[in-house]
Design a protein around this ligand. Structure first.
Ligand code: 5AD
Ligand code: SF4
Length: 462
């Protein structure tokens, strides 16, 4: 076929899905598919779904309603549009998706996307195809690498999956069921991927995994390497200026990894460390495997290693049995730690998880009211953190043109977006910026005369 076929991929949920979507596009490129950002002229629409919360799955079904109409309009014009559902909702629901949304041609889980060309051929042959197996082969071995031009088009900051799956079985979470047990990629393959990215102009890499700090991939000596050791190896790649990793579990925050925050200058001073609740009773019911004091101690040691570390977290309110007292303990923990931002969610019972079976489910009204109070506190902290950046000078990695001509948008070491008047020639470069104005969610700055100096204690409690 000469005419390129157009592919539209929509990602829901976490960075792992964003990464997976890109690798799906890479895998389909040799088959003649080019990506389009307009769903209505696509020949193949893939929804890469997330199942973490109830609303996420519902969003997919309403999106499928829209895509079905596109398919019908195209069919009226004599054009065939293939609809595929990938990711965690696909894994959890399987053929049920085709029953609820018959316009869907193909359903495949997160472990199958390297078989996409074959699955598409099967859907064409047999009408429909479903693949939610957990194969034993390493899908990363079968995925086509992106071209340099594709890497460049995706920007100077890239995600790289180093670990997948989870063995923790928090009682609220579907991930261990949809993504399977923990698997780490070997160091050698990760380094090769990052070197390719660096050669094409990538300057910042975020190592990602559902439980990234449980990383234990094979090293060059055949023995498992920790995330700290992996970070150390990645930081020897010259053209990579910045490193990050996400998402971590407090239980796997070992001494080596804490020390890496002190010893590796390329490791950025921002860490996402979900705690979910500040109440020991609820942490135990959630099967988190750590206490409130453990979390406080880890944060103190991290800040001992890197005093300007900005911490972000995830919280769930209204987990079954959560009393007003438990919730007050969460608010109190937030005040004690001082975050630069956080995500907070109302508990949603996920079918098949132990939490869904617990008897003492909390009323939606109470959940909404607690969420509001928690978010107000987190917003206050984020604004306070941003305001402490005023007049400071730090390095910014310029990622894309700004809203207005002559402006670029970059990221601070703490992951805040920063708008700066700067020449386009600085795109993809790191430069020192002095923060001149702070709005609630973004910072404005000017290129600094002097190089960035070590920041002061930005991370200290709000
Ligand atoms: N209900 C609400 N929030 C959830 N999360 C995971 N499962 C649920 C659930 N059942 C949140 C957690 C996790 C984040 C990715 O999503 O806070 O860290
Ligand atoms: Fe889900 Fe808990 Fe695993 Fe995180 S650690 S993916 S919250 S089960």
């Amino acid at each position: 076929m000469n005419e390129p076929r157009k592919l539209f991929v929509k990602s829901f949920g976490c960075q792992m899905n964003v990464y997976d979507s890109r690798r799906m596009a890479d895998t389909l490129a040799p088959q003649g598919y080019v990506e389009t950002s307009a769903a209505d002229d696509a020949d193949l629409v893939i929804l890469n779904t997330c199942d973490i919360r109830e609303k996420a799955a519902e969003k997919v079904y309403s999106e499928l309603g829209r895509v079905r109409r596109l398919k019908e309009t195209a069919a009226a014009e004599g054009r065939r549009v293939v609809i595929a559902v990938a990711g965690c909702v696909a894994q959890a629901e399987g053929a049920e998706i085709i029953r609820r949304a018959p316009a869907v041609d193909l359903v495949f889980g997160p472990q199958s996307y390297h078989r996409l060309p074959q699955l598409l051929a099967r859907a064409e042959r047999e009408g429909k195809a479903v693949d939610t197996e957990f194969p034993l082969d390493d899908k990363f071995d079968h995925l086509a690498a992106p071209s340099s031009a594709t890497i460049r088009a995706r920007g100077v900051s890239a995600f790289v999956t180093v670990q997948e799956g989870c063995d923790k079985f928090c009682t609220f979470c579907v991930v261990p069921y949809t993504r399977g047990s923990e698997v780490s990629r070997p160091v050698r393959k990760i380094l090769a991927e990052i070197e390719r990215l660096a050669q094409a102009g990538v300057r910042e890499v975020t190592l990602i995994g559902q439980n990234v700090n449980a990383y234990h991939g094979e090293g060059s000596n055949g023995r498992p390497r920790s995330l700290a050791q992996l970070l150390e190896e990645v930081s020897t790649i010259d053209d990579i200026d910045r490193l990050r990793y996400t998402t971590s579990h407090p239980r796997d925050m070992d001494d080596d990894l804490i020390a890496a925050h002190r010893d590796l200058p390329k490791l950025m001073p921002q860490l996402h460390l979900p705690v979910q609740s500040g109440s020991d009773r609820i942490l135990a019911a959630m099967n988190r495997g750590h206490t409130r004091e453990d979390y406080i101690d880890i944060c103190a040691r991290l800040r001992g290693a890197r005093p300007d570390l900005a911490l972000t977290s995830d919280f769930i309110v209204g987990f079954p049995g959560e009393s007003e007292e438990d919730f007050a303990a969460t608010l109190e923990l937030v005040r004690k730690i001082g975050f630069s931002g956080a995500f907070s969610f109302k508990y949603s019972a996920r079918p098949g998880t132990p939490g869904a079976e617990m008897s003492d489910q909390i009323d939606e009204d109470i959940k909404s009211e607690r969420l509001q109070r928690l978010q107000a506190e987190i917003d206050r902290q984020r604004e306070a953190f941003n305001h402490r950046c005023l007049s400071r000078t730090f390095d910014v990695l310029f990622e894309k043109p700004g809203r207005h001509g002559g402006q670029l948008v970059g990221r601070s070491p703490y992951l805040q977006p920063v708008q700066v008047s700067a020449p386009a020639s600085l795109l993809g470069a790191v430069a020192a910026v002095t923060i001149t104005e702070v709005a609630s969610n973004s910072l404005f700055g000017a290129l600094a005369q002097a190089p960035a100096r070590e920041p002061d204690l930005l991370g200290a409690g709000a």
